[in-house]
Design a protein around this ligand. Structure first.
Ligand code: HEC
Length: 156
């Protein structure tokens, strides 16, 4: 790269005034060498959700900000772990947490939930939000979500 300074013109790169070709080269190399922004600024709503990373509107095409039936919680704003293991997170239409019916839910790990429980969950009946639903019925939205998560390899 050649650098020609036109008399009276000041050149800035990333807020630093450059006065020689060497300075330009140094700046270019320093920008190539590192992440342009700190990691916390590059982690945003499009980050994949997972066991401990929150589900938000930006990282799934599912309608996660609707509330099912009488649910206290919507799915958005929670991680998969929250939904499964936290008694105060209640996303089901009957406003019951997973742990209120399943003792295993409190202690379950990411891999155990992924490999042992998600496939069974997906195979259970789907709830229609009616009193006639079988006790084991699961909401379609949660099935879609867990299906999507599992298809991506159940990331954290
Ligand atoms: C109102 C009670 C109730 C709630 C709340 C509930 N389930 Fe279930 N679930 C059942 C019943 C009933 C079955 C059928 C098997 C059984 O009798 O344990 C079942 C079965 C399952 C199974 C198959 C493995 C097993 O334990 O039999 C999984 C996995 C499961 N539920 C996951 C969940 C998750 C995740 C949540 C929270 C989003 C949840 N359940 C909330 C009642 C419930």
């Amino acid at each position: 790269m050649t650098f020609r300074r036109v008399r009276g013109t000041r050149i800035f790169m990333h807020g630093v005034e450059v006065t020689s070709s060497a300075a330009v080269a140094a700046l270019v190399v320093s920008c190539w060498g590192k992440e342009p922004y700190p990691a916390e600024l590059t982690q945003g709503p499009s980050d994949p959700y997972g066991w401990s990373h929150e589900i938000v509107e930006g990282n799934t095409s599912l309608d996660v900000s609707q509330r099912l039936g009488r649910a206290t919680s919507m799915i958005a704003g929670h991680s998969v772990r929250d939904i499964v293991t936290n008694p105060s997170v209640r996303v089901r239409g009957d406003d019951k947490s997973c742990v209120s019916c399943h003792a295993w839910a409190t202690m379950v790990t990411r891999t155990e939930f992924c490999n042992r429980y998600v496939p069974v969950f997906l195979a259970l009946p789907t709830s229609a939000g009616k009193p006639s639903d079988p006790a084991s019925a699961k909401p379609q939205l949660l099935k879609d979500l867990l299906d999507e998560w599992r298809a991506r390899g159940c990331p954290d």
